[in-house]
Design a protein. Sequence first.
Length: 298
Amino acid sequence: MRQFFHLLQILLITIGFVTTQSAYGQSEKALLWKVSGKDLKEPSYLFGTYHLLTDSYLKEFPLVDESFKKTKGVVVEAVIDSSKLQSIAMMALMPGKKISELISSEDGKLVSAELEKLMGFNLAAVDQLKPSSIIVLMTLTYSQKRNKEILDKYPGLPMDVYLATKAKREMKSVTPLETIEQQLDLLYNHFPVEEQARQLVVFVKQKEIGEKSQAELLKIYMEHDLNKLYRYADSLPKDMGDSDFLLKDRNEKWVQVIPDLMRKESQFIAVGALHLPGPGGVISLLQKQGYTVKPVTK
């Protein structure tokens, strides 16, 4: 369980880097975008993060810091309150039910063997956790192992945590788009646990694809190519169910809030990179509201 609490801290700022949508004509290679026009007195900035990369990676891209300095406020997906970690971890539990009772004995052995190999404990040790939490833990572990060389090259705080911490230190306002509880509710309660168990079995049976995809997503992110990110993610199997609730639906809620924040004061808005592209992405949704959103490349 110690490893679960450690990875939970990463999990809370990782939702969204799972799938994506069409890049919708945004062909420029850019993770940083300037938002201006309409009713804004000052421009704001959108930045697509990769939650397992850190502040030391950002140092290679001075445009991020330059844009950050121009803004008065910072917007992030969520702000982690470490004092709540133990209580919200209880949301991952399913009292009275066990994963081993929701899947066949054969599939249970398969899942247990992969957990033992990957994380050092078997299914019995986490049998009463909701299956979605196991999928997330395994995904993060795949990413950390497959990308170890790159991640070790960039020590430090996760991008989102660093930007929020830096904002507070510089007396900027910090606005979370969601609470931690809302994020965990999406992960743990969107699908019935029976469906989550089915997804867990599919995930383990497709583990080679899962491992490879984690390495490829990071590689493409570091190329700053949103279109390529889309094309790769769109080619992955769709056996895990509809994922609109993680991206499209959240984007629509966010863009109901973001314009008011930008009108109030200039904002540096940092969210997972896959929230930016697509007809349902933040860039397109802001453009549809009449804002000018252009890449910042120099």
